[in-house]
Design a protein around this ligand. Structure first.
Ligand SMILES: C[S@@+](CC[C@H](N)C(=O)[O-])C[C@H]1O[C@@H](n2cnc3c(N)ncnc32)[C@H](O)[C@@H]1O
Length: 330
């Protein structure tokens, strides 16, 4: 099959390729939520990979969606005419606005696929070593932002009782299948577990999902849940404060190939829009946006320093982990 990319043809055919066009035309097309979702999109893998590379070259998230539409039309896939392209673009942008956390809410299994290379064992070793280093005698851990339970199941295997908390029931439903722990849906900064814990962990950028205003109350909430002689371990993701260029991650899994375009776009308020399009092994195309907060380590350190804890800063969970890991002990 010829998979040549012919962007110029679409441009000269009179299409207005600006993203604003999509929003203007939404009502005109009479599209409704869900019923108009083009779930039948299932192009072959070679086209997925090629289009993923092309959209990265487009340099921005909005135009990348348009490029994807172009590709569908111009590769002689009969079911993708211009109407379909337009419908898909409209749907994707609309959905992006309405359902910003689709990876967590609708596709937690895809989260596991995308993150299958993550060294969860290393993180868990860091946690147990920190317990030993600080003389913490702990059997029960409160894990905030437990996600799909990859750390949870390893900690359970180490003999700990875990209470796993996450903001999204989608993530928790996958975690529940993996191990026997007590899972609960709740979110920082408003967590109220009505209990105190000797150990609390929040691994892998959980705090970066908070807004700048939520950071201090969230850390205070965690401190309130800590027992005497307790330990709190969490990390600060090394997010690029000024954003970055779109990048691509192409992987092969048991389920098939996936390609993900990710782009941290800077915002006026200092936060980042973390935009992704994932061409999933299921052949579904998943648009996801999320607001993330890049925190300075000193900002976190200052908040912790004003609490009744001693604070340790570590460079990563191991030598190949590029994030600051805070360990606070009461
Ligand atoms: C990058 S994932 C990390 C998940 C898991 N710890 C891991 O390493 O795979 C961040 C997790 O934090 C959760 N999360 C986001 N905001 C949260 C909040 N305000 N309170 C609790 N969990 C939150 C998300 O649902 C997601 O599962």
């Amino acid at each position: 099959m010829n998979v040549m990319y012919r962007r110029d043809k679409a441009t000269t055919s009179g299409f207005d390729l600006t993203p604003g066009y999509v929003h203007r035309d939404f009502a005109e097309w009479g599209l409704r939520w869900a019923e108009d979702m083009p779930m039948e999109i299932a192009p072959p893998t070679d086209i997925i990979l090629m289009s993923a590379k092309r959209v990265v070259e487009a340099g921005s998230f909005e135009t990348s969606i348009w490029h994807w539409g172009d590709l569908l039309i111009h590769n002689q896939i009969p079911q993708y005419d211009r109407g379909m392209r337009k419908r898909w673009c409209v749907w994707a942008l609309r959905r992006e606005k309405d359902m910003p956390e689709r990876l967590y809410t609708d596709h937690p299994e895809l989260y596991d696929v995308i993150h299958s290379d993550w060294d969860y064992d290393r993180d868990v070793s860091f946690i147990t070593n920190a317990f030993a280093r600080h003389g913490i005698d702990c059997h029960h851990i409160l894990e905030i932002g437990c996600g799909t339970g990859e750390h949870t199941r390893r900690l359970v295997a180490e003999g700990f009782d875990i209470t796993g908390v996450d903001k999204y029931t989608g993530m928790l439903s996958v975690a529940r299948e993996k191990c026997d722990a007590n899972f609960r849906q709740s979110a920082l900064p408003d967590l109220d577990m009505n209990n105190k814990y000797v150990a609390i962990v929040a691994i892998r950028g959980v705090v970066n999902h908070l807004s700048p205003e939520q950071l201090k109350p969230a850390l205070q909430t965690l401190e309130r849940h800590l027992a005497d002689r307790g330990i709190l371990i969490f990390d600060n993701s090394p997010l690029p404060p000024d954003g970055n260029a779109p990048g691509i991650d192409i992987g092969t899994t048991e389920q098939g190939d996936y390609a993900r375009i990710a782009h941290h776009a800077s915002r006026d308020d200092g936060c980042l829009d973390w935009n992704t399009i994932t061409f999933a092994p299921s052949k579904e195309i998943i648009v996801n946006t999320r607001t993330m907060s890049p925190f300075a380590d000193n900002e976190i350190y200052t908040i912790l320093s004003n609490m009744d804890v001693t604070v340790e800063r570590n460079n990563g969970y191991g030598s190949d982990s590029y994030r600051t890991v805070f360990v606070a002990v009461t």
